[in-house]
Ligand binder design. Structure first.
Ligand code: GLN
Length: 453
């Protein structure tokens, strides 16, 4: 199929199905898309096309795409049109990827279910009663629904891996510093990374390969090793898998069993070694993460004051965003003398050290991506239970490691809490397996992920 035919197919599907799913906040002008697709097809014909030629890509609404609305799914930035391309977007365009539209998300990336968007929740394409997970809800849903080939998400504490897990797709958070954050509207600048969401490991690798690398406009970005995309297709030998000890954490038994079965099955098949590993004080991950996020988010949002950018955030944001602004302003008060933030930084370093020790013994750490099954859209979830959703995805952000969620199977919907039986009983709920590797070991991570796929 030509790029043009593929775009037309995607557009038709979006028009038919996205009114209900709500994965996209904005679709690119159709004429522009068709012209873009034609130009790429011409380049392919001449043998001059880039690495992403033919791929149709969606972008999360907190990443600047020139001329498109970077609203962060908030009323605050509802009318904000991006005046430039984020570094990742320029790279995609240079390699002839075609950007089809801007995806829905939790407001300002504050969330875990896709329900805090000011423009309505995204519905899970696999079961429309269920949440998609978040905050990159629209990006994961767009890939799962077949609205595009791949998408960009952002991940501060799990926002790529969480919805990838619930929507049954692949989502990768790069090591902190692998990908430029220039043009990302940040949630928490010391944790955020942009990364790929795709239908399979090879597509995720391809997109990561294009967006990674040093960018002078993001001082923490580095030129890590290039990915060898051919090598990713080969099954890696002699891998030492570390199965994370989940004692003391509230993890659903069905999820735990499915992941254990899968790890044993795949390791046996590939001849990999399996041992148990432990990260001390894992239960502190969520408590460590939130003070950091509250403070950094609060400070980052001071520019949304109704004069410089958008509308005044205090007047237009939803409850989860306001909670964080309020929390952040309290924690930063002089009388606390940086107590909470400083302690959180210490524990953050502690987690980095813990992982460093573990990676001397094993090549990767595996665990469920999420501790529990998704809930029904609109179901009342306490703040604590919602925050706990990311207990297993947060640690790699704190340590700066790379991590990916790959589909590991599905659990029958009968296992969901019976008080809220979803109406659509079809293929069950997907469960993601999380693989974590040391900093800048994306190639190894992807090869192991490919082994699990
Ligand atoms: N759920 C986490 C939060 O609400 C993670 C968000 C993210 O990764 N952007 O902060």
């Amino acid at each position: 199929m030509t790029t043009l035919q593929r775009v037309e197919k995607f557009l038709e599907k979006i028009k038919k199905e996205d009114k209900e799913i709500n994965a996209f906040l904005q679709i690119r002008d159709e004429k522009e898309l068709i012209e873009g697709a034609r130009a790429i097809d011409a380049k392919i014909g001449e043998g001059k096309a880039g690495k992403l030629a033919g791929k149709v890509i969606a972008v999360k609404a907190n990443i600047n795409v020139h001329g498109m609305n970077a609203s962060c799914a908030s009323k605050v930035l509802e009318n904000y049109t991006a005046p430039y391309d984020a570094a990742v977007v320029s790279k995609i365009k240079e390699e002839d990827g075609l950007i089809i539209g801007i995806t829905n998300m939790d407001e300002f990336a504050c969330g875990f279910s896709g329900e805090t968007s000011a423009f309505g929740p995204t519905k899970n394409p696999l079961n429309k009663k269920l949440i998609t997970g978040g905050s990159s809800s629209g990006s994961a849903a767009a890939v799962a629904a077949g609205f595009c080939d791949m998408a960009l998400g952002s991940d501060t504490g799990g926002s790529i891996r969480n919805p990838a897990s619930i929507c049954g797709v692949v989502g990768l958070k790069p090591s902190y510093g692998s990908v430029s954050r220039y043009g990302l509207i940040d949630l928490s600048m010391s944790l955020d990374q942009i990364g790929p969401i795709a239908g399979n490991v090879e597509d995720a690798a391809l997109l990561l390969d294009v967006i990674r690398g040093r960018d002078t406009r993001d001082s923490i970005s580095i030129d890590s090793e290039k990915l060898n995309l051919k090598k990713i297709k080969e099954k890696p030998k002699g891998i030492r898998i570390g199965v994370l000890n989940l004692d003391g954490l509230n993890v659903d038994e069905n999820v735990k069993n499915l992941i254990n079965e899968r790890v044993n099955e795949i390791s046996k098949k590939n001849g990999w070694d399996v041992k148990n590993v432990q990260i001390k004080n894992l239960d502190l991950a969520v408590e460590t993460y939130y003070p950091l996020v509250y403070v950094e988010f609060f400070s980052g949002t001071r520019r949304f004051d109704g004069r410089r950018y958008g509308k005044k955030i205090e007047d237009f944001a939803g409850p989860e965003v306001l909670r964080r602004i309020l929390g952040g302003s309290e924690i930063t008060k002089a009388e606390h003398k940086g107590r909470y933030y400083d302690s959180a930084l210490k524990v953050k370093n502690f987690f980095a050290e813990e992982f460093k020790k573990i990676f001397k013994e094993v090549d990767c750490v595996v665990c469920p991506t999420l501790p529990r099954l998704p809930w029904k859209i609109g179901e009342k979830i306490s703040v604590e239970d919602g925050y706990a959703m990311d207990v297993l995805t947060i640690p790699p952000n704190l340590a700066g490691n790379c991590a990916v969620s790959v589909p590991a199977g599905a659990i029958s919907l009968d296992a969901l809490p019976s008080a809220h039986p979803p109406a659509q009983k079809d293929n069950g709920v997907p469960v993601g397996l999380q693989i974590i590797c040391d900093k800048f070991q994306e190639e190894k991570l992807l090869r192991i992920a490919k082994g699990f796929e």
